[in-house]
Design a protein around this ligand. Structure first.
Ligand SMILES: Nc1nc2c(c(=O)[nH]1)N[C@H]1C(S)=C(S)[C@@H](COP(=O)(O)O)O[C@H]1N2
Ligand SMILES: [Mo]
Length: 162
C-alpha cells in the first residue's frame, strides 16, 4: 500500500459508528469526472435496474451482528453506466456526516462471488429507514466490521485519474 492510500480517509479505518442520522435532507449529489453535478433522489435510484444481494450481514460496532439480509438497490456500476459518459477510475461514496468509502472500477467490473457493490434502498421486504441509512452502500465482500457500509449517502464523486 502506498503512503497516500494509507492516509486516505476514504479507506476503511477504525471508527466509532455514528448511530444518528446527520440530517433529514436525503439529497444525493453525483459529480461526474468533468465536474458536472446532478441531484439524485431515492426514487431516481429505484427507477434504475435493481439488484438483490443476499446473505449480507451488518457486523456493527454499535448494534452487534445482525442478518443475514437481502439488500436491494442499483449497483454502483449500473448507476455510473447510466449517468456518466466520461472515462472514470474510481468513485467516492460519502455520507452527510463525512464518513465515506472509495470504490475502484475493477471492484464494479469484476465483482467478487459475494456480489457487486450496491446503493441499497431496501432491506428484505421493506425500505431502509432513515436510521438504517436510507441509502446505504453495501459492499458484499466486506464481512468484518461494516466499515464499507456507508449510511446516509449524500455525495457520489466519480473520478478519473488521467
Ligand atoms: N454515515 C455513516 N455510515 C457508517 C458509519 C458512520 O459513522 N457514518 N459507521 C460505520 C460503522 S463503523 C458501522 S459498525 C456501521 C453501523 O451500522 P448500524 O448503525 O446499522 O449498526 O455503520 C457504518 N456506516
Ligand atoms: Mo464498525
Amino acid at each position: 500500500m502506498t503512503d497516500a492510500a494509507k492516509h486516505d480517509p476514504l479507506q476503511p479505518h477504525a471508527h466509532d459508528p455514528n448511530p444518528y442520522p446527520p440530517s433529514d435532507d436525503p439529497t444525493i449529489v453525483l459529480t461526474a469526472p468533468d465536474g458536472a453535478r446532478r441531484a439524485l433522489t431515492v426514487a431516481d435510484l429505484q427507477e434504475l435496474p435493481q439488484t438483490n444481494v443476499s446473505n449480507c450481514y451488518i457486523v456493527s460496532t454499535g448494534h452487534g451482528v445482525s442478518g443475514p439480509f437481502t439488500f436491494r438497490g442499483v449497483t454502483l456500476g449500473d448507476l455510473i453506466q447510466h449517468v456518466v459518459k466520461d472515462e472514470w477510475d474510481q468513485v467516492e461514496v460519502i455520507s452527510a456526516d463525512g464518513f465515506g468509502n472509495r470504490v475502484y472500477r475493477r471492484e464494479l467490473e469484476d465483482p467478487p462471488r459475494e456480489g457487486p457493490p450496491i446503493l441499497a434502498t431496501r432491506i428484505d421486504d421493506r425500505p431502509l429507514s432513515r436510521e438504517d441509512g436510507l441509502v446505504r452502500l453495501i459492499v458484499p465482500s466486506e464481512r468484518d466490521d461494516a466499515l464499507r457500509q456507508v449510511k446516509w449517502v449524500a455525495q457520489i464523486n466519480v473520478r478519473s485519474l488521467s
